[in-house]
Structure formats: structure tokens, C-alpha cells
Design a protein around this ligand. Structure first.
Ligand code: HEC
Ligand code: HEC
Length: 452
């Protein structure tokens, strides 16, 4: 089995044209229409890999190893060979993607906005759904850094890490990626309490095309990350005898090309498998029906107790009264990638999710230019507002509690019995309707205040 990419890849033009296109598209976004558009390389991740973000040693944050321009260029060329361009998407062959994503759908979602109908009409859309409806927030490459992004809180999702919050698939294990049905639900409902709108008004086939395209951008983004890591591994290989820090991942047109592409395929397979699952895609978890009486006053009362017990530990983040004031120094995975793991130092009690007094070295114009958004902490949800981003059906809340919210500190609780989890669902759904003075006295025996 050979990766069917050599023709596309070797057909690439010279590097100068490619680089200047990247720059044009970076600054004009949708203005790429007249030029063939290119995806911007994930410079933010290159930077994160090179600098191994570490806020504990900010002044020592110097990259010992950096990728050469030729190595970054090589990653871009491999990526274009595999996935095509924003105007002409491609599915790499031989890794099980054709059975899972439809190139025809991708072509409807990709490309500049064009209509088949009469001039000025918005019906009969031929291509460009993604750039019309999504790119101003999610960015052409799905980097979550479209022109509107910096003004939004929370920020639009950066798909390239392949992590998603709201899904009914397994919390862990090989097939925890969202299913197509999960993405459909997100597009139908939007994400309540955020700027992510509902796309219910679109015809079903258009939503289907967009779902495939989001998955395509995610797989593309994850592949790019894997290539960047592999390129970095080469660049840091400084052993005198066999190491070659200038080594390219794929030497196009040279004897080693086939072997190099075989290596690329090895990187691609583990990215694709958790999504495609042999062509059938990931499947929704089977959640048993809620037990009779799950929302009775007794059950709510049990939920209230659990909320404060270490087994569930909800209060430590969501606060004693459930308004989300238990922890204000939490960050999501997209932010941690650039902050490093010692996030404690960056913690503050800023308003509106801004980190108070965030030191200069955490964020500067250089980072902004490569698509890193200003770090903000993620607040545990205020459970008294009755605003649920992942949906308000009891089963949605059940899944959030037992499956967590991927990419955020909201954990998947595996210690609760089913009945206990349903009691917590009942309690959570009841919280907006009960007076904030409850509980009247702190349940001292459960260690409230010690925060353990
Ligand atoms: C006005 C800005 C905006 C537009 C337009 C927009 N989104 Fe979003 N989108 C967001 C924000 C903000 C989030 C993150 C919400 C969060 O983190 O809770 C998001 C999240 C998502 C997610 C991730 C859901 C998850 O479970 O993590 C998907 C998928 C998504 N959007 C798809 C789309 C698609 C497809 C389109 C176009 C049809 C689109 N969005 C248009 C703002 C937008
Ligand atoms: C380590 C901190 C932490 C703990 C412990 C925690 N949460 Fe959360 N929770 C969060 C954060 C952060 C969010 C917001 C995530 C996001 O969407 O960005 C959240 C979101 C939620 C949501 C909103 C879901 C939605 O669709 O909007 C619910 C409901 C919730 N938590 C309930 C609970 C319950 C019940 C418990 C105890 C079993 C719990 N949480 C434990 C941090 C925590």
C-alpha cells in the first residue's frame, strides 16, 4: 500500500511563490479569492515546540533548537500535497479517509464563495460555505483566529488540536473524537452563551458539508502538528556521527522520496484512525435511561450533598453557591500550550476572564502575529444561570458530568454511580431556581474551605 500523494506533492511550484502567497492570505483572509489561497502554516505550534513554554523560567525561555526556513517550507509542501489548498481540498489516499469523508462535500464547503444562481442571488451556492459562514471567526485554516476572534469570549475553537468540548462519544479511549452527529448538534443548536451561532437555517446538505469540512480541518491540523514535531526531532538531532539537523522530512524528487512518504503515512494513520474508525466514524455512547424518580426532591437533595463531597468535588471549582467562583486560575488546553504548565504564576482575578496583571512575557505583539490569542482563564460555569453550552437536556448534563468537557479542566467523573450522577443532574438543573443562600450552613464535615 502506497500513499497516493507523490504526484500532487512533486507538482508543487517553487518556494518563493508559495511563501508570498502565505503572507497575502495571512493579511487579507478572504481577499485570497483572486489568488489561489494557501493555508497558513501553524507557526504558533512551531513556536510552542521550540520554546517549550515554561512560565517558571520566563527569562530563560530561549529556543535551543529552531526549525530552519527550509524545514518549515518542507512541512508546508507536504501538507499541501496531502490536503490541498483552501480552494482545492484533497484527501490523502490509502489511510482510510475516503470511506469517512466525502471529497465532493469538502469541495462545497471549501473555496471562495460562488453562486450558481443569478448575479446577486444567494441561492444555489456552489462553493465557499466555510468561508462565508465560519472563517471570520474560526479562520481559513481552522486556527480559531479569524478577524473577529480576538473580540470574542470565549474564543472560537482552534480545530487544529483535534480537541472538542461537546460530544456524546466516550470520555476516554481510542474513539473519543466527536461523531458527525455531535457536530451536527453543535451546528443546529449553536453554543448557548457564546458567539457560536446556530446554523439551523441552512439546508441539511450544507450542514453535512460543513461537518465534513470541520473534521477535514481538524485532521489536517493534527497532521501538521505531527509533522512539526517530527521536523523538530530532526532539527534537534545534533549527534556528531549520524545526526543531521538540516534534514528534511520528505526529499522531493530524490531517491529517498518513497521511503520518506512512507514515514509521513506512518504519522498520518494514528491521526486518522480515532476519527474514521475504519470508515464508520466514532459512535455515541449508550447512556442508560434516567432511573425513575431521578428528579424527585430526594434525588435533588442527594445531588446537593454530593456537590460538596470529595467524590464529586463540584464546589471546589463551581463555588459554594454554584456561581462559578471556586477557582479563577484555570486554563484550557489551547491556552496552556503557550502558557506552559505552571499556570499558577499567571493566575489572577481579572474581570471578564482577563488575567489580571498578566506579565509582558506571556503575551506580546510577536505572539499575536503568529496567531496566538491573548491568554484568558476559563471560568467554571455559573450554574445558577441555567446556561448550558453543550445543551440543556438532562442527558447532556449527565454526559458533561460523567464525560467532562474535553480541553478544559471540567473533569470526567468516573467515581459516581449512575444514580448519583443523575442526582447531580437533578441538582444542577434545579440550581437556577433555588435561593442563593443555600446551603445555609457550610457542611463542615466535608472539608469546605480547606479546598483539598
Ligand atoms: C461569531 C463567531 C462564530 C462563527 C461565525 C462560527 N463559530 Fe463556531 N464557535 C465559535 C465560538 C466562540 C466557539 C467556542 C465555544 C466554546 O468554547 O464554548 C465555537 C465552537 C465551534 C465548534 C466546537 C464545538 C466543540 O464541541 O468544541 C465547532 C465544531 C464550530 N464552532 C463550528 C463552526 C462552523 C462549522 C461554523 C460555520 C458554519 C462556525 N462554527 C461559525 C464562534 C463562531
Ligand atoms: C476542576 C474544576 C471543575 C470541577 C471539579 C467541576 N467542574 Fe464543572 N466546569 C468546570 C469548568 C472550567 C467549566 C467550563 C468549561 C467550558 O465549557 O469551557 C465547567 C462546566 C460545567 C457545566 C456546564 C456544562 C455546559 O454545557 O455548559 C456543568 C453543568 C458543570 N460544570 C457541572 C459540574 C458538576 C456537577 C461537577 C461535579 C461533579 C463539576 N462540574 C466539577 C470546572 C470544574
Amino acid at each position: 500500500m502506497k500513499l497516493q500523494l507523490s504526484t500532487e506533492i512533486t507538482g508543487l511550484r517553487n518556494n518563493g511563490v508559495f511563501a508570498s502567497l502565505l503572507v497575502t492570505c495571512l493579511f487579507t483572509l478572504i481577499g485570497c479569492d483572486s489568488n489561489p489561497a494557501s493555508f497558513q502554516v501553524n507557526e504558533a505550534y512551531i513556536r510552542a515546540v521550540e520554546y517549550k513554554a515554561d512560565v517558571t523560567k520566563p527569562l530563560m525561555r530561549e529556543a535551543e533548537t529552531q526549525l530552519s526556513t527550509a524545514q518549515i517550507q518542507n512541512v508546508s509542501e507536504i501538507m499541501e500535497g496531502l490536503f490541498g489548498t483552501p480552494d482545492e481540498p484533497n484527501l490523502p489516499g490509502g489511510v482510510g479517509l475516503e470511506d469517512f469523508l466525502s471529497l465532493r462535500k469538502l469541495k462545497i464547503a471549501a473555496g471562495p464563495v460562488t453562486y450558481t444562481g443569478e448575479a446577486g442571488s444567494t441561492s444555489g451556492l456552489e462553493s465557499g460555505l466555510y468561508r462565508r459562514h465560519c472563517a471570520h471567526c474560526h479562520g481559513v485554516s481552522g486556527d480559531g483566529h479569524g478577524p473577529t476572534a480576538q473580540f470574542l469570549n470565549p474564543y472560537p475553537r482552534d480545530y487544529r488540536m483535534g480537541q472538542f468540548k461537546f460530544k456524546l462519544t466516550d470520555a476516554d479511549g481510542a474513539y473519543k473524537k466527536p461523531s458527525k452527529a455531535d457536530f451536527h448538534r453543535t451546528l443546529m443548536q449553536g453554543i448557548a452563551g457564546t458567539s457560536m451561532p446556530s446554523f439551523r437555517v441552512l439546508p441539511e446538505p450544507e450542514r453535512e458539508a460543513l461537518v465534513d469540512y470541520v473534521i477535514y480541518l481538524s485532521i489536517r491540523g493534527q497532521t501538521e502538528r505531527a509533522l512539526i514535531e517530527a521536523a523538530y526531532f530532526n532539527a534537534s538531532d545534533k549527534q556528531e556521527d549520524q545526526g543531521n539537523p538540516q534534514k528534511l522530512l520528505v526529499n522531493f524528487g530524490e531517491a529517498s522520496q518513497d521511503q520518506d512518504l512512507e514515514f509521513v503515512k506512518e504519522l498520518l494513520v494514528p491521526v486518522v484512525l480515532p476519527w474514521a474508525n475504519g470508515g464508520q466514524g466514532t459512535v455515541q455512547r449508550t447512556i442508560e435511561e434516567a432511573p425513575v424518580g431521578w428528579d424527585s426532591p430526594e434525588s435533588i437533595e442527594l445531588g446537593r450533598k454530593l456537590f460538596y463531597q470529595s467524590k464529586a468535588n463540584c464546589y471546589s471549582c463551581h463555588g459554594r453557591t454554584g456561581i462559578g467562583d471556586g477557582q479563577n486560575n484555570l486554563f484550557d488546553n489551547w491556552t496552556l500550550e503557550h502558557l506552559g504548565n505552571a499556570q499558577g504564576e499567571a493566575a489572577g482575578s481579572g474581570e471578564d476572564g482577563e488575567i489580571a496583571g498578566i506579565p509582558e512575557y506571556f503575551y506580546n505583539s510577536e505572539l499575536a502575529q503568529i496567531g496566538v490569542v491573548k491568554p484568558r482563564n476559563v471560568k467554571p460555569r455559573n450554574l445558577r444561570l441555567g446556561n448550558y453550552r453543550g445543551g440543556r437536556r438532562p442527558i447532556d448534563i449527565y454526559q458533561r458530568i460523567t464525560g467532562g468537557i474535553e480541553g478544559t479542566p471540567m473533569p470526567a467523573n468516573t467515581k459516581l454511580t449512575q444514580a448519583e450522577a443523575w442526582s447531580l443532574v437533578a441538582y444542577v438543573l434545579n440550581l437556577p431556581y433555588e435561593p442563593a443562600s443555600r446551603p445555609k450552613t457550610a457542611p463542615v464535615f466535608q472539608g469546605v474551605g480547606s479546598n483539598k
